[in-house]
Unconditional design. Structure first.
Length: 246
């Protein structure tokens, strides 16, 4: 078995047996990856103590040829993001970020921008940034990196140029703004101030990192988060488990 190194964030942990666990990582090098961590629940193990969720690690794993469950051989902790552990609201926000990354990314396909986005999100949440803003940045950018950036300049249904109005209709199901002729195609489309769409565009193209301090008015922030939540529910076909808490 070939041994490989990776920079990895723990996004899920489950028990495999009395002493072993399965760890799901999002890695910079190979994207979402699962490993069997033999003996991880023993006090003395090969992983510098217990594996924990939402940690930044340097790992070594033995790649299995005929299985996607590889064998974890080393796990060195780089950052535990202690700020997350001190506040349940921040912890839930971070777990939600990990859930979205897990749901929106294909297995074993490296996308360093997603890794950096998740790492930046955990750091910002741990460092006391406003959770709603951090999550909005993650939601919009992750959607764009997954290939579902919302259509903001042209109608998502017919492709005609969006009108310059104070408020436009946005459809989560159709994937962006909809013109007056097409809005009937989605009765759930909602009115959004045009200024909010400008913000959405900047977040989608990665111009804003999770650590940035946006000064969005509370109402605009609430409107945009609601739009993003509806968009994720539409794409995934279900509501992410942690969504109701964040
Ligand atoms: Zn249209």
């Amino acid at each position: 078995m070939a041994h490989e190194k990776a920079e990895a964030i723990t996004i899920r942990l489950t028990d495999f047996s009395e002493t072993s666990q399965v760890a799901w990582f999002y890695t910079r090098e190979c994207g979402r990856l699962s490993c069997l961590a033999k003996g991880a629940k023993r006090d003395r193990n090969n992983f510098e103590g217990r594996l924990d969720l939402l940690c930044h690690n340097q790992i070594v794993f033995a790649r299995k040829k005929h299985s996607t469950l590889h064998i974890l051989t080393e796990c060195k902790l780089r950052d535990r993001f202690m700020g997350l552990r001190a506040d349940v609201g921040r912890l839930y926000a971070a777990l939600y970020a990990a859930e979205l990354v897990r749901e929106m990314t294909p297995e074993e396909e490296g996308q360093p921008e997603v890794f950096d986005l998740l790492l930046g999100t955990l750091r910002a949440l741990s460092d006391d940034e406003q959770p709603d803003q951090v999550l909005l940045i993650l939601e919009v950018r992750l959607l764009a990196l997954a290939g579902f950036a919302p259509s903001l300049d042209v109608c998502a249904a017919c492709g005609s140029a969006a009108q310059q109005e104070k408020s436009v209709r946005f459809s989560a199901a159709l994937g962006g703004v909809v013109c007056s002729k097409c809005r009937g195609q989605d009765p759930k489309s909602v009115g959004v101030p045009s200024a909010a769409l400008g913000v959405l565009g900047r977040l989608a193209n990665g111009a804003v990192t999770p650590a940035a301090t946006l000064t969005l008015p509370d109402r605009m922030l609430a409107v945009l988060r609601k739009l993003m939540k509806a968009t994720y529910c539409h794409h995934l076909g279900h509501e992410p488990k942690l969504m109701r808490y964040v």
